[in-house]
Design a protein around this ligand. Structure first.
Ligand SMILES: Nc1ncnc2c1ncn2[C@@H]1O[C@H](COP(=O)(O)OP(=O)(O)OP(=O)(O)O)[C@@H](O)[C@H]1O
Ligand SMILES: [Mg+2]
Length: 244
């Protein structure tokens, strides 16, 4: 369970200050997967940084499993925008980075293999395709065996085939692992495919302007149904009227 109550984040101070999030409230149920969409630069990554404990709220409360977030938690993982791989580290070192930062000694090899990356453990990011890099970023998060998974545009700038592949992968992982998930995306289809509810944010500073219920999410073949197309069209309309 994630509870965000009146979250406000302001970067910097004085005249140079930038309000990124203003009074944002949202709840995510345990084992629920929701998507978050909003205009470019509205504060989506900022929201995830706060949920992950990397950034402190200027005001408001954020709780995970009933506990106030005061720093990075063992059971919360973040998939960074553009995967966030370090170019001088191998695939294995990148995948184990979050574990090591937590002082944990586990291996990420099983997760890498599950994501189709067996045999690439000693390669460097520059030797990988974009889709493989994203999977290493996912492996880094999964290796923590998190109860909460935060995902920042995990398929942005991928070709459509690779994008669908990663989306299917994420849905499968959610079914198998049963995490509570927040997926940030600017892709309407992705928001509908992976969000049981879709939170629509305003332009910066972000707050929630609409919550769209999406009961068909997760059903077999949902992507090909008229309901799916109708949800995407509805979402486009909402965002269009919101200055996106
Ligand atoms: N460290 C910082 N100092 C000052 N302003 C910042 C900082 N980080 C982000 N911002 C500003 O805060 C706003 C929100 O940034 P954020 O990265 O959260 O947006 P976003 O919705 O994730 O954008 P995008 O869609 O491009 O990924 C932006 O206008 C950005 O310029
Ligand atoms: Mg962002």
């Amino acid at each position: 369970m994630i509870e965000v109550d009146g979250l406000t984040v302001v970067y910097g101070r004085g005249e140079a200050s930038v309000p990124a999030v203003a009074g944002l409230s949202m709840d995510v149920d345990t084992y629920e997967l929701v998507s978050v969409v909003g205009p470019s630069g509205c504060g989506k990554s900022t929201l995830l940084f706060v949920l992950d404990g990397l950034l402190k709220p200027t005001a408001g409360r954020v709780r995970v499993h009933g506990e106030e977030v005061r720093g990075v938690r063992r059971d919360v993982a973040l998939i960074l925008q553009d995967a966030g791989l370090l170019p001088w580290k191998t695939v294995r070192q990148n995948a184990e980075l979050a574990l090591r930062l937590q002082g944990r000694k586990e291996s990420a090899d099983k997760v890498l293999a599950d994501l189709g990356l067996a045999g690439f453990e000693k390669r460097f990011p520059s030797e990988l395709s974009e889709g493989m890099k994203r999977r290493v970023g996912i492996a880094r998060a999964l290796a923590l065996q998190p109860r909460v998974m935060l995902m920042d545009e995990p398929t942005a700038n991928l070709d459509s085939i690779t994008r669908e592949h990663i989306q299917n992968l994420l849905l499968g992982l959610w079914w198998e692992m049963g995490f509570t998930g927040v997926l940030v995306t600017h892709d309407m289809e992705e928001a509908v495919f992976l969000g049981k509810r879709i939170f629509v944010l305003s332009a910066r500073p972000a707050r929630v302007v609409e919550v769209i219920e999406n009961p068909g999410m997760g059903e077999p073949g949902y992507r090909g149904t008229p309901e799916f197309a109708a949800q995407v069209a509805h979402l486009r309309g909402v965002l269009g009227g919101n200055g996106a």
